[in-house]
Write a protein of this length. Structure first.
Lengths: 261, 186
């Protein structure tokens, strides 16, 4: 494409009428810029076409202008913004709002679920505590029951002989009950009726076998039943007051009670 | 008296978002552009919409207009023509999908009076008139128009050039007469 071909080949007319592609337009434009004479020729052609258009003008109905005024009044956006862009932006915005709403819903439901989970967790913890508490109590109760039952079995048995040891002049009014089972060779004592002693003293039980006092064990008074040593062929049971920790031989003057078997 | 601005001034105002400049340009060019749009599309209602669309595009795209590349009217003419051709292309597609025969008979029956041209072009030879009409008032490209006329592309191009030359002579003669008139009166 050069100056002559543009002029002779009808390219300038096509350029004016908008028939050329972008590349060709740029080429013609740059040639026109460098060639004042050709540019003048083009300007004349433009003027002729414009005059042709003016001669064949048809006045549009005034409503077109009114409608244009309304359309422009609506279009407060800058002229550089293509109207097609607006819905796209709105779209983007509405997508954004949709996403934000979903995120908010997700956040709220997560928060709610988290709260639910936390309170469930708390409830579970309370229940677990209660359960373990109950379990402990059950164990204690079972233990107590077994103990009580054991004691009951020990004393409420046809083979058991209950013996009441009442206090003598040394400790009048005191009393203890011994349960002796010769078959199982067991002796238990209920010391609840014995009065409390000074801290350096203790009760001790003895079995008399052929005139010899044999130690059966010390008697703490803070227990309900005390198991003691069973002594074969014992003729009597005796309780003395001895120094704390017990004695090897009974202090006879401190004998407070005895009972014959 | 209302001040008269040049096109250049109006375009500068329009490029600075002055809407009233657009209406001034509308007053100047809407008739010439409507003549083009209406002749291409052949339907008044549609042509009115397309004319409005054309001026909205001018408003939206005025920052793209470069006076170095040509006159404002040339630029506006291209917008009007392309807007109209695009609209017709879309309608044609729709109608052809339904029933081609209906469209063809309709377009023939609606051939309006305003397709007639007037002014200096009427003084040209008929083949020159037709050539100019096809490219300027039917919106055909050179390639489409030469087929329409049934002449080779080269011949068609020379028709256009000759037509323009003849048109130029008429305008110059008119200018001369006008000058003579003014001189005589003076």
């Amino acid at each position: 494409m050069d100056r002559n071909s543009i002029k002779e080949d009808g390219i300038l007319e096509q350029y004016l009428l908008g028939e050329l592609n972008r590349e060709q337009r740029a080429e013609v434009h740059s040639i026109l810029q460098e060639d004042p004479e050709l540019k003048k020729h083009f300007s004349t052609m433009e003027a002729d076409f414009e005059r042709l258009a003016m001669e064949n003008a048809i006045a549009p109905h005034p409503r077109v202008k009114e409608s244009l005024e309304k359309a422009l009044a609506k279009a407060e956006t800058p002229p550089t913004q293509d109207s097609k862009v607006v819905p796209l932006k709105n779209n983007k915005r509405s997508y954004f709002y949709a996403a934000a709403s979903l995120a908010a819903i997700f956040l709220l439901s997560s928060f709610w679920l988290y709260n639910q989970w936390q309170s469930s967790e708390e409830n579970l913890q309370v229940l677990q505590n209660k359960t373990s508490d109950l379990q402990e109590r059950l164990v204690t109760l079972e233990k107590n029951y077994e103990e009580t039952n054991g004691r009951y079995q020990t004393i409420n048995n046809p083979n058991v002989i209950p013996l009441l040891l009442t206090g003598n002049q040394v400790l009048p009014g005191s009393r203890a009950v011994a349960y002796v089972n010769h078959r199982t060779k067991q002796v238990v004592l209920n010391p609840q009726g014995l009065p409390a002693l000074e801290s350096d003293k203790t009760y001790q039980m003895w079995a008399d076998v052929d005139g010899v006092m044999i130690n059966m064990g010390v008697v703490p008074i803070d227990e309900e039943l005390i198991s003691l040593k069973y002594i074969d062929k014992a003729e009597s049971l005796n309780i003395t007051i001895e120094p704390a920790g017990g004695n090897d031989h009974p202090t006879v003057e401190n004998l407070i009670s005895n009972v014959y078997l | 008296m209302k001040k008269t601005y040049t096109d250049k001034q109006l375009i500068e105002q329009l490029q600075n978002d002055n809407k009233s400049a657009l209406f001034e340009l509308y007053n100047r060019y809407s008739g010439a552009l409507y003549g083009v749009v209406l002749r291409i599309c052949g339907d008044e209602n549609k042509a009115e919409d397309l004319l409005q669309e054309t001026f909205l595009k001018i408003w939206q795209k005025i920052h793209l207009y470069d006076p170095d590349k040509g006159r404002f009217f040339t630029w506006a003419y291209r917008i009007a023509k392309n807007t109209t051709l695009n609209a017709l292309r879309n309608t044609k597609d729709l109608i052809q999908n339904e029933d081609l025969s209906v469209y063809e008979s309709k377009s023939e029956s609606e051939t309006p009076d305003y397709s007639d041209l007037c002014g200096s072009i009427k003084k040209l030879d008929s083949h020159h008139q037709e050539a100019l009409e096809l490219v300027y008032y039917k919106g055909l490209t050179h390639r489409e128009a030469h087929e329409e006329m049934g002449v080779p592309l080269g011949t068609f191009k020379s028709y256009i050039q000759q037509a323009l030359r003849e048109l130029r002579k008429t305008y110059q003669k008119e200018l001369f007469l006008l000058w003579l008139l003014i001189e005589t009166m003076g």
